[in-house]
Design a protein around this ligand. Structure first.
Ligand SMILES: *Cc1c(COP(=O)(O)O)cnc(C)c1O
Length: 356
């Protein structure tokens, strides 16, 4: 089923939009009026359709409830200056979606199905795309194993859904993080590079502990030595030390973030020196102890750029630079300008959906 251009649509009888202030909703609470759903059975994706947002009815035997065969993406659509809507870097998200699916031994989702399903859902629900500063329509494509079977096996049946929700900014203030050396997020050869449900379940307890100790999230370290920085919570982490933008190189434990990649491209275009390499706690601590300006920030679709104001290594808390002229804020501003059509889309990142 690659002829997805004619996805059947069942429209809602009554939009939930009137009366909602979509520029001021708590993150991830309010679905748009419709969802996209397709079913995988007998080796192919079928029954693609758009329907009013609804509950799923599934067997308690469905494999996704037991063995973690679930994969998702997190994307955003923005209101362009001209009133149309742009989905940010759809193709790169789709490539990662399939890499995640492959790692979990799940079937690829064809590009046309992903693209058309999303474009048509966004076109139908375009009034849900907010226009406020830092606001966007968050889009969540996901695939779950739906075969009814209590046995560890690769599912033969799946559901692919796309849902959306209007969102504003993610973190209200700069983050305080601690370097985590007890728990790990991902190990070499594991699933860390995939956006699969289990990675996040395992991160909740360490994060809760950090929050109880007064931090916002953890800076993960590597599984072998606990000496090298990996990611910040569920974001990639970048440092600007002495004018050089440094971030851990991609590996089986580092998620290939679209925000990370976009910021690196922007920085390179500006002539900023970029290093994708290992960064040790010791190197970071030495920089924080020196007179050099250190900027640290998380990068991800939800928060875009999340400034880190403090990093605790062992018992010692160090301040990072979060002044208004910090480069990280200029990356965020530049990204927002491209995504809202205020600046030239030099790399072809915007997937434009023309709305009536
Ligand atoms: C999604 C995610 C990121 C950020 O990726 P983006 O494509 O920028 O949203 C980074 N790390 C982890 C673990 C993630 O799940």
């Amino acid at each position: 089923m690659h002829r997805t251009t004619t996805i059947p649509v069942q429209r809602t009888k009554e939009s939930r939009l009137p009366g909602l202030d979509i520029n001021n909703l708590p993150f991830g609470t309010t679905p748009t009026d419709h969802l996209f759903i397709a079913r995988y059975a007998d080796g192919e994706w079928t029954e693609a359709r758009i329907e009013p947002f609804h509950q799923l009815t599934m067997s308690p035997f469905a494999l996704c409830f037991h063995y973690g065969q679930t994969v998702f993406e997190g994307m955003k659509a923005f209101r362009l200056e001209d009133g149309n809507v742009s989905i940010f870097r759809l193709q790169k998200h789709h490539e990662r979606f399939n890499r995640s699916l492959q790692r979990l031994n799940m079937p690829d989702v064809p590009y046309e199905l992903f693209r058309e399903g999303m474009r048509q859902l966004v076109a139908l629900d375009h009034r849900w795309v907010p226009s406020g500063k830092d606001s966007a329509l968050y889009i969540r494509p996901f695939v779950i194993a739906s075969e009814e079977r209590i046995k560890v096996k690769t599912s033969d049946e799946y559901l692919f859904l796309i849902v959306g929700t209007p969102v504003g900014h993610y973190y209200a203030r700069p983050l305080r993080v601690k370097v985590e050396t007890e728990f790990i997020r991902a190990a070499d050869g594991g699933t860390g590079y995939a956006k699969c449900g289990g990675n996040y379940g395992g991160a909740l307890l360490p994060t809760q502990r950090a929050v109880e100790a007064g931090y916002d999230q953890v800076l993960w370290t590597d599984a072998q030595t606990r000496e090298f920085i990996e990611e910040s919570g569920t974001m990639n982490v970048l440092f600007l030390i002495d004018g050089i933008l440094i971030t851990p190189a991609l590996s089986s434990t580092i998620l290939d973030g679209v925000t990370r990649d976009s910021i690196l491209q922007l920085a390179r275009a500006r002539g900023i020196k970029v290093q994708e390499r290992k960064i040790s706690i010791r190197e970071l601590e030495a920089a924080l102890q020196s007179d050099t300006r250190v900027e640290a920030f998380g990068a991800g679709t939800a928060a875009v750029v999340a400034p880190i104001e403090s990093i605790t290594i062992g018992d010692q808390a160090y301040d990072c630079y979060v002044g208004e002229d910090a480069a990280m804020f200029s990356f965020k501003t530049a990204l927002q300008a491209i995504r809202t059509g205020k600046a030239e889309d030099a790399w072809g990142w915007n997937e434009v959906v023309v709305v009536e």
